[in-house]
Design a protein around this ligand. Structure first.
Ligand code: NAI
Length: 415
């Protein structure tokens, strides 16, 4: 037993799984270091829009010690947000005194008095360019000269929102992920004219609320949503071809994803998936599967309506038993993962993030991409560039243009 343990432990420590997980640790350190040495301390945050995102961002900031004012034009959203915050504080802080202190730090502020005193303003109103422009035009005249101005938009280019500002270089993106209390990553987004110092301040602020900042360039979907979308669309395409959802999800979880894409789409909300897909489709030549339109038309939006691709009972997906006669195609995981990899290569070519390590870090911490594989780019290199590209060519011949290798493959180191 001892001999065998010694031999196996050696293999475990030096094997690819352990090495990749050590890599993930260093990737995390890399993200933390983005904010190293930057002298920016925020004590007061003002969040505008108390919906799902704004409410939860405000709660998270208060949990992490910031004084927070939360503004919404409708009182009912503020009430709901404060209730959710209370639950979060109870779960995380346990002691009554600490929960009360956190509640005291979070103030509903329907009239927006907090704007004047805020070190950071985060806009999280609904996804509409004109509404955001109107809001920022008004904000710019009210905030102090050193206040950091940020938007949580998930798809509107910063340049477009910035058109409303006299000083568009002041605007950065702070793109949080849903659910805010669970997702560690924040994409800190810069537009063409954004002041680099403010990007650093955005990163420092993200660290101060215990989040990992990923500097990304403003382009549709930024990094994480853009890379995730082709993977999700391929899964929906497979459903349309008659492959049962549980098989698709199993293929993804066996690869190492934390949750299958079919269930993930249901949990994000099919309406949100469709809205993001519609924004990205014309820019990146994506085909949005008909089935997604049909489901949204029928108001089958996923967990929030009790049914999407699966039915949900008490928040749990009911997955039907598989027909034992059904023979799953053996390239399910490859079809989904290679679309994700191809998009990752395209993002690097377009410099959405600075380098391969930042891309891997963003996708691991923003989507949960199989950490033991070390990230999409690391996975490509481990598989061998030529072999991975050949596989993409095979998939293109079998399944169509969506697998056409991006021109960035030839620029990768080792190509
Ligand atoms: P939501 O619809 O839940 O909340 C929007 C809130 O803004 C509502 O409570 C509304 O009353 C309020 N509002 C609208 N106009 C306002 C104004 N002029 N002044 C004050 N309050 C106003 O929307 P959600 O999902 O929270 O999204 C907000 C932003 O976050 C959007 O830009 C979205 O793209 C982005 N986002 C959403 C994610 C998600 O999973 N829902 C993930 C990451 C970003």
């Amino acid at each position: 037993m001892f001999t065998s343990e010694a031999a196996n432990l050696g293999q475990l420590i030096t094997g690819p799984t352990a090495q990749n997980l050590i890599r993930v640790f260093f990737l995390q350190e890399r993200l933390k270091s983005v904010a190293a040495g930057i002298d920016f301390k925020s004590r007061q945050v003002h969040v505008i829009g108390g919906g799902i995102m704004g409410g939860d961002i405000a709660a998270w900031c208060a949990l992490k010690g910031q004084r927070v004012t939360l503004q919404d034009r409708e009182a009912k959203f503020l009430t709901q947000a404060i209730k959710r915050a209370h639950k979060l504080f109870q779960r995380k802080l346990k002691s009554k005194r600490l929960v009360q202190a956190a509640m005291d730090r979070l103030m509903p502020d329907p009239r927006g008095y907090g704007v004047k005193h805020a070190d950071v303003v985060v806009e999280a109103i609904y996804e509409d360019l004109e509404a955001k422009q109107t809001l920022f035009r008004d904000l710019e005249s009210k905030v102090g000269p050193d206040t950091l101005l940020a938007t949580n938009t998930s798809s509107i280019p910063l340049e477009s929102i910035g058109e409303a500002l006299e000083n568009p270089e002041r605007l950065i993106g702070l793109h949080f992920f849903n659910p805010v209390a669970k997702m560690q990553l924040i994409e800190v987004v810069s537009g063409r004219v954004t002041d680099p110092l403010l990007m650093q301040k955005g990163a420092a602020f993200s660290r101060s609320i215990d989040r990992l900042p990923l500097p990304a360039r403003s382009s549709p979907g930024f990094l994480v949503n853009r890379i995730l979308m082709p993977y999700l669309l391929e899964a929906i395409e497979l459903l349309g071809e008659g492959v049962p959802g549980p098989l698709i999800d199993n293929a993804a979880t066996r690869f190492g994803m934390p949750m299958g894409p079919v269930e993930l789409a249901d949990r994000v909300g099919l309406d949100i998936c469709l809205a993001v897909a519609n924004k990205l489709a014309p820019v990146f030549n994506l085909e949005v599967p008909e089935q997604l339109h049909v489901m949204v038309d029928q108001k089958q939006l996923g967990v929030k309506t009790g049914a999407g691709f699966y039915r949900y009972e008490k928040g749990k997906a009911i997955k039907e038993n598989l027909d034992s006669q059904f023979h799953a195609p053996n390239d399910l995981a490859d079809r989904m993962i290679f679309r994700l990899l191809n998009e990752a290569v395209a993002c690097l070519r377009e410099h959405v993030v600075e380098d391969e390590d930042l891309l891997d870090a963003g996708i691991i911490f923003g989507t949960g991409f199989a950490p033991f594989r070390g990230g999409p780019m690391h996975y490509i290199h481990s598989g061998g560039l030529t072999r991975m590209r050949q596989r993409l060519n095979e998939l293109e011949q079998l399944h169509g243009d969506q697998f056409h290798p991006d021109s960035g493959w030839t620029n990768l180191s080792g190509a």
